[in-house]
Design a protein around this ligand. Structure first.
Ligand SMILES: C[S@@+](CC[C@H](N)C(=O)[O-])C[C@H]1O[C@@H](n2cnc3c(N)ncnc32)[C@H](O)[C@@H]1O
Length: 254
């Protein structure tokens, strides 16, 4: 398998997981809350950074904002363009947005900063592209606070820790407030919501955690198999339970 194929497969897998997650009632409510916190006024323009397949961009358009989605992954952007043909999408990264200074009155990044190597650089860029008085909303989970019900709690700790360690910034959500303050934002407010996932459609995500823990050497192959088997059994009996705190931070650019 070439490197390109591996990257494409990883994106396709992420798209499949996001597709399952984003229609869940709690996820819909959380997105709505993030739009409310942008405090959109007539003529608002919003950049959705790390837009993935673009649902939020389409929903912001429906709320009357001129929204643009930015993502570095070309497959994500191609999928977004296909799914939402009327909406605007561009390739670009959080650390280097394809926008001029003061271009937008709203900035949103949902489940993104944990994969950004330098979140402080991303927030400096958010400050640059926002107009004075503009609003920023960050949404994301704390990967060290991931809770998975399991018959093997000790193995679960190892699996969760290994999954967190796999990410560039697993704890960034608990740092949103301080990152926003450090970047010069005002009126910073943080809310916590809880993501709860019980559908068997989330089993591949949980199995991927186990595979990662084995690859990282955090658990043995046998332990990984035991842990994953328990999760499969839970999923087939309607007993899967995965939860994590989702932080929603909002602030104003002076
Ligand atoms: C977990 S997905 C979330 C997608 C979307 N925001 C959502 O809520 O469905 C993370 C997204 O961040 C994008 N991403 C990765 N590195 C990034 C970067 N440096 N800047 C901006 N986005 C990035 C990925 O391509 C992916 O689409």
């Amino acid at each position: 398998m070439t490197e390109d194929t591996t990257v494409r497969d990883a994106t396709a897998g992420l798209i499949a997981r996001l597709d399952v997650a984003e229609t869940e009632a709690r996820a819909v409510r959380l997105r709505d809350r993030s739009y409310d916190l942008l405090d959109l006024s007539p003529g608002a323009s919003v950049v959705d950074v790390g837009c993935g397949t673009g649902r939020a961009v389409a929903e912001l358009d429906q709320r009357g904002a001129a929204a643009i989605g930015v993502d570095p992954d070309e497959l994500m952007i191609a999928t977004a363009r296909r799914r939402w043909p009327g909406a605007g999408f561009r390739t670009g990264s959080a650390e280097s947005l394809p926008l001029p200074d003061h271009a937008v009155s709203g900035y949103r990044a949902d489940k993104v900063l944990h994969v950004v190597p330098d979140p402080a650089a991303a927030l400096a860029e958010a400050h640059r592209v926002l107009s004075p008085g503009g609003r920023i909303v960050l949404v994301g989970q704390d990967w060290d606070a991931l809770m998975i019900d399991s018959s093997h709690p000790d193995l679960t700790r190892a699996v969760v820790r290994s999954q967190a360690d796999f990410l560039p910034n697993p704890q960034v959500a608990r740092a949103y407030r301080n990152l926003l303050l450090d970047a010069g934002f005002q009126d910073v407010a943080v809310e916590a919501h809880t993501g709860i996932f019980t559908e068997s459609a989330f089993l591949p995500m949980v199995e991927a955690f186990a595979a990662r823990a084995v690859t990282a050497g955090s658990v043995t192959a046998e332990q990984g198999a035991v842990w994953a088997r328990d999760q499969r059994s839970r999923a087939s009996n309607g007993r899967l339970f995965v939860a994590f705190p989702m932080f929603v931070a909002s602030a104003c650019r002076p």
